[in-house]
Design a binder for this molecule. Structure first.
Ligand code: HEC
Length: 508
């Protein structure tokens, strides 16, 4: 948080507190306390209408990719190439990868590929980027399954999908790998479960611009952000263990992306423990602004339900709810609502959080004459948010929260669907979506970010989009004072040219 914002906030909360009349406080008495029970109370209806989609999966089925499209099975042995097998495969092929070490990047641009690691004597296939390769597995096909791999020492992504629907990413062990561990982008209907992910510089599990996603039973630790739900809707994050990250579980809107909203996120029954890791995010990135010690962060997301989590030993706050106005490293987007509205906090077990909050939060506590360590902090405006049994927590900034009229989400198993049709991206939108979704993460128009300013690039390439398209497929080192740009060769040729053209005509 920069100083200006910090000061402005203090002034605002001070004025707010004065207006309300301080010292309202809760009553101390020995009369019985009214307690809402999660188990037998009213149910939450959820934000996704199953009736609108003829395919909704029943019960707990997680088979969103559907059964294998064909019964063709190809086996890849140690010493052979997985990518070669993918290239030769017809859509619908199951590719079994035997234990061994594979030093390659695997691109899957066809549908129905099931990439299944075979574990023998507890040995699984290892994808090893040796600190030089950028990505381990990238897919843009639909109905893709990736299971049972160990992925290590890549610089960029462990497993990334770009605009594929119906994916299952399960039982992988991703360690010390680059910027994102598991990163589905622009997809619908996906499962991320039973993965172990650690040592990631941005988000270990990063769901971006996606819908109908289920993130469950993962163990996520030693990363900057544990599990991130960004510009996504209808997501459930449950039964994960999220520990020793800088921030544990995040639901937020990153401004400036082509999809402008995050809503209907259920965060329940997770273990969110001691997420106090020093922030080692890349300077300028959104996650670099997360205060260390934040269990759950909600920023500008709506309809987020937080239920049944064990949130323990997070030094800044157990739950921090904020808006774009109060966040560092964020420029507001006029097309995104900056506030977190309709946040619903049900029963959670919160122990020993907020014992070393950032100074802003300490100051905020003072303005409300609160003592003790904050479990739940809400900064900035929020409309129609609610909490049950607030007496169990130390809270600050929750003056506008009312009592929730439901106490559990038990009737919602998941938001998954039977396989949905592939996403259609109109040719004229290809460049824009790739630019905003990928390039804008490292390039801004005027300033230096991770890469050089777009203005400089425009001056260099002017009317030569093909030059950019060629460069990004196979970048060479150009500048001493910048890192090398990672190759974008997972984008097909048409998209590379479209994004190059788009980059040459942006004006802000
Ligand atoms: C992970 C960060 C990152 C992403 C994502 C990224 N770039 Fe870059 N880009 C860089 C860096 C760093 C450089 C500077 C490399 C150098 O000078 O050696 C660069 C340089 C460039 C250049 C200048 C080449 C030259 O001849 O000087 C172009 C053009 C470019 N990027 C286009 C793109 C496009 C288009 C995208 C999206 C498809 C993109 N970049 C995505 C980091 C990134």
């Amino acid at each position: 948080m920069n100083k200006g914002k910090f000061l402005a906030l203090i002034l605002i909360v001070a004025a707010f507190a004065a207006g309300l009349g301080l010292g309202k406080g809760r009553q101390e008495s020995s009369a019985p306390v009214a307690v809402s029970s999660g188990g037998s109370g009213a149910n939450y209806g959820g934000g996704f209408s199953a009736a609108d989609n003829a395919f909704t999966l029943s019960g707990n089925s997680k088979s969103v990719a559907g059964p294998p499209m064909t019964d063709v099975i190809v086996v890849v042995n140690d010493g052979e190439s997985i990518q070669q097998a993918v290239q030769n495969a017809e859509p619908g092929t199951t590719i079994q990868v035997m234990p061994g070490t594979y030093k390659e990047t695997v691109f899957i641009d066809k549908d129905g590929i099931r990439l299944i690691g075979i574990i023998r004597d507890s040995q699984r296939p290892v994808l090893d980027g040796e600190g030089t390769l950028n990505d381990a597995i990238l897919f843009s096909g639909n109905n893709i399954v990736v299971e049972n791999f160990k992925i290590t020492r890549y610089k960029g992504n462990g497993i990334m999908s770009q605009a594929g629907n119906n994916w299952e990413i399960r039982n992988n062990f991703i360690v010390d790998t680059g910027v994102y561990g598991i990163f589905p982008q622009l997809g619908q209907n996906g499962v991320i479960e039973h993965n172990v992910v650690s040592g990631i510089e941005d988000a270990a599990i990063y769901v971006g611009m996606s819908d109908n996603v289920h993130v469950a039973y993962n163990d996520v630790y030693d990363s900057v952000a544990g599990i991130e739900i960004e510009n996504s809707r209808h997501a459930i994050v449950e039964a994960n263990r999220v520990s020793n990250n800088t921030g544990g579980i995040l639901a937020f809107i990153t401004p400036g992306l082509p999809i402008k909203t995050t809503f209907d996120v259920i965060i329940r029954n997770n273990f969110i423990l001691a997420n106090n890791h020093v922030n080692f995010g890349a300077p300028g990135s959104t996650v670099a602004g997360i205060p260390a010690g934040t269990g759950i962060l909600v920023m500008a997301a709506d309809d987020v339900v937080i239920e049944g989590n064990i949130i323990k030993d997070n030094k800044n706050a157990g739950i921090l709810i904020t808006d774009h106005g109060n966040a560092s490293n964020v420029t507001a987007d006029p097309e995104s609502d900056p506030n977190s509205d309709r946040v619903k906090i049900l029963n959670n077990t919160m122990i020993n959080n907020g014992f070393e909050p950032v100074s802003l939060i300490s100051a905020y506590m003072l303005t409300e004459l609160k003592t003790g360590n904050p479990d739940i902090v809400s900064v900035g405006p929020t409309a129609d948010s609610c909490i049950i049994n607030p007496e169990q927590y130390i809270t600050v900034g929750l003056g506008s929260f009312t009592d929730c009229d439901f106490t559990n989400t038990a009737t919602i198993g998941n938001y998954l669907l039977a396989p949905v049709p592939p996403r259609e991206i109109k040719p004229e939108d290809k460049g824009k979506i790739a630019y905003l979704g990928i390039c804008a993460g490292c390039h801004t128009y005027t300033g230096r970010m991770i890469g050089p300013p777009v203005q400089i690039i425009q001056a260099l390439y002017m009317d030569n989009p093909q030059g950019i398209a060629d460069f990004i497929a196979n970048p060479t080192k150009k500048r001493d004072d910048y890192p090398e740009m990672p190759p974008q060769d997972y984008l097909d040729e048409a998209t590379r040219l479209a994004v190059a053209k788009y980059m040459l005509q942006v004006t802000k």
